[in-house]
Design a protein around this ligand. Structure first.
Ligand code: SF4
Length: 215
């Protein structure tokens, strides 16, 4: 950010970021170079969202979007999902960067999860699991976590539901490609909307995997 703009706007503001970006865009345009992409990333979500929105009203170049220095895996994922999600849902953004203090592989996975959540890409498994409640009579949190870990490597666009009871579970389990609705120490396995069998809790994960493999 140029010092003159910091003085003019009293700090880093969306207007200052846009004016700075426009200055750099004009340098390139004056050289007849228009094969460019613009990034206005910031660590403040309201700042970066407003800056991108404002620049999108002025130019038609592709944008590279993201929240810089977003934080560790949990907080950085939330911030990136909010910031990138707002912009993508408004049709702003052409490439994304998730910036986490963690292994770079997490950045790619979180970026795909954001695209998946918005229905912009289908890659890998879409896992639906319930939050658990007094009706849950199996160790559903463990089952959902183990299912997610096992499915991480799968590249098929498959929807999987892991649900905790026979009251609200079957609905979601039926809607998924493969699903489980648990009861007391056991669960029903659904495939493409149909119950295929009842399985004891300790075998649910393996049986679920078998059904996914046959899809
Ligand atoms: S699906 Fe059943 S167990 Fe899970 S939160 Fe809903 S009511 Fe509770």
């Amino acid at each position: 950010m140029e010092k003159s703009l910091l003085t003019k706007y009293g700090g880093v503001t969306p207007a200052a970021m846009v004016e700075s970006a426009m200055g750099h865009i004009h340098i390139l345009e004056d050289l007849n170079y228009t094969d460019l992409k613009v990034s206005l990333k910031a660590s403040s979500i309201p700042l970066m969202v407003e800056a991108y929105r404002s620049l999108a009203r002025k130019v038609d170049y592709p944008f590279h979007i993201g929240v810089t220095e977003a934080g560790t895996l949990a907080t950085g994922t939330v911030k990136s999902a909010v910031g990138i999600g707002i912009l993508l849902s408004e049709g702003i953004g052409d490439t994304v960067r998730v910036s986490l203090t963690g292994h770079p592989l997490h950045e790619v996975r979180v970026a795909y999860d954001i695209l998946k959540a918005l229905g912009l890409r289908r890659r890998g498994v879409d896992l639906i699991s319930c939050p658990t409640c007094g009706r849950t009579q199996v160790d559903l949190i463990k089952l959902a976590e183990e299912t997610e870990a096992r499915l991480k490597v799968l590249d098929k666009p498959v929807k999987v539901a892991v649900m905790g009871c026979v009251v609200n579970g079957p609905g979601e389990a039926r809607e998924a490609d493969v699903g489980i609705a648990c009861g007391k120490g056991e669960g029903l396995i659904f495939k493409k909307g149909v119950v295929v069998r009842k399985v004891p809790e300790e075998k649910l994960l393996e049986e679920l995997m078998k059904e996914i493999e046959t899809l």
